[in-house]
Design a binder for this molecule. Structure first.
Ligand code: HEC
Length: 121
């Protein structure tokens, strides 16, 4: 987060308003799309929500790659049931790639139930 703010502060005098606007748009998309802080995510403190937070937060609670932004777990309300099916498969492939233990049948069902229960209509 700090790095984004510093980035904006140093960009303004150099590249002017357009850069700022682009950065703001990116920030809005990023934080909007991912639900922002953990506390805004619905029903995290339920049996299903906890499995979701634990398995998906293993990566999503930490900075990604080089850019160092932490944004918490993704917000289930930003994708439809169908989109979550695809996303879940994609994430399972990423987990395999990173050598993480794969989701068990029960975990996959639990996380799907959580996501589908809060998905975009
Ligand atoms: C192995 C680490 C890892 C795990 C575990 C993981 N993800 Fe991700 N996820 C990533 C990375 C890295 C990206 C960004 C790159 C990309 O989209 O391919 C990402 C991107 C996403 C995105 C798209 C960007 C966004 O935030 O809107 C969604 C949605 C998502 N993950 C959901 C999940 C869900 C749900 C789970 C739990 C089943 C999960 N992820 C578990 C690493 C992980």
């Amino acid at each position: 987060m700090t790095s984004v703010r510093q980035g904006i502060a140093t960009e303004i005098p150099v590249a002017g308003r357009r850069t700022l606007a682009v950065l703001q748009l990116l920030a809005m998309l990023w934080f909007g799309g991912c639900g922002g802080v953990l506390t805004e995510i619905p029903d995290l403190n339920t049996p299903d929500g906890r499995v979701f937070a634990e398995r998906c937060g293993a990566c999503h609670g930490k900075p990604f790659g080089g850019h160092g932004i932490t944004h918490g777990v993704p917000d289930p309300r930003f994708r439809t049931v169908l989109e979550w099916q695809e996303e879940l498969a994609r994430m399972e492939a990423l987990m395999r790639e990173k050598g993480m233990p794969p989701l068990t049948e029960v975990e996959r069902e639990t996380i799907s139930r959580y996501l589908n229960g809060h998905a975009k209509p």
